[in-house]
Design a protein around this ligand. Structure first.
Ligand code: COA
Length: 227
């Protein structure tokens, strides 16, 4: 009896995921198109996706990208919506086959995410400090315009653990892994595994030939639960 009701709930769950995905994807695509962002083929989203693109900036989303904010599509405990936000001439680029869950990306300069990246739940990526480092300036109207701003580059096949924060000026090399809850303030080399606050390389560092390669045949449903 229990297994029957369990199966029925699972079927209901899957229907809900697909219905929610269809509606969220439609809304996200409308918002992206309306604000002049570019969105590739087979883009999918779930839950609330908030996009604010300033006229001088750009948002480019590659093919097969997944942005998830619905609790049914990623059950790690998502705290809020996906937010893609540019200020001034900020640019956000998300490469093909990459996915992120309840991520917040705020760019005044440039945030470039490569291909096949997995960005875990509630990750924050800020290429600026939001406020000036000077107390006098912070009191005045020019505060946010005077904050330090440096581009962020995240390579291909990077896996960023849940709740991590990636700060301005950081380059994360191909195949690197960032442990859950890390605060990344300095560059992480290709294949490196970094954890902690501030993020430091673990002793074990993958050799370049151990960095996994991918085929483009990953199915959409498999990818959905991998973010
Ligand atoms: C970073 C990570 C991949 C390392 O996994 P692993 O190679 O199996 O590492 P281990 O569990 O063997 O730990 C190795 C060492 O790193 C430490 N460590 C592991 N993850 C850590 C983290 N996130 N923060 C701080 N230290 C960490 C361990 O305490 C251990 O330290 P020790 O050698 O002094 O005992 C993993 O711990 C992690 O953080 N995964 C991310 C999970 C996640 O957020 N998924 C996305 C959900 S949406």
């Amino acid at each position: 009896m229990r297994s029957l009701s369990n199966k029925a709930y699972s079927a209901y769950d899957i229907i809900c995921i697909h219905a929610e995905m269809a509606w969220s994807t439609f809304r996200s695509r409308m918002s992206l198109a309306f604000q002049g962002a570019r969105c590739g083929e087979n883009f999918r989203s779930t839950g609330m996706i908030r996009i604010k693109l300033r006229a001088a900036g750009s948002i480019v989303i590659g093919d097969h990208v997944r942005l998830l904010a619905g609790w049914r599509s990623n059950r790690v405990g998502l705290n809020g919506p996906v937010i893609l936000h540019t200020l001034g001439g900020g640019k956000i680029e998300i490469g093909d086959h990459s996915g992120a869950s309840a991520v917040v990306i705020s760019s005044r300069s440039s945030v470039k995410i490569g291909r096949y990246c997995n960005i875990g739940g509630n990750v924050r990526i800020y290429d600026h400090d939001f406020h000036s480092l000077d107390a006098e300036t912070r009191r005045g109207p020019l505060d946010s315009g005077h904050c330090v701003t440096k581009p962020i580059i995240i390579g291909d096949d990077v896996f960023i653990g849940a709740e991590s924060i990636i700060l301005k000026g950081v380059n994360i090399g191909d195949g690197a892994i960032i442990g859950a809850g890390a605060v990344v303030t300095r560059n992480i080399p290709a294949g490196g595994i970094a954890v902690g606050n501030p993020a430091q390389l673990l002793k074990s560092q993958r050799k370049p030939n151990e960095i996994p390669s991918h085929s483009s045949s990953i199915k959409a449903d498999e990818k959905l639960n991998q973010v």
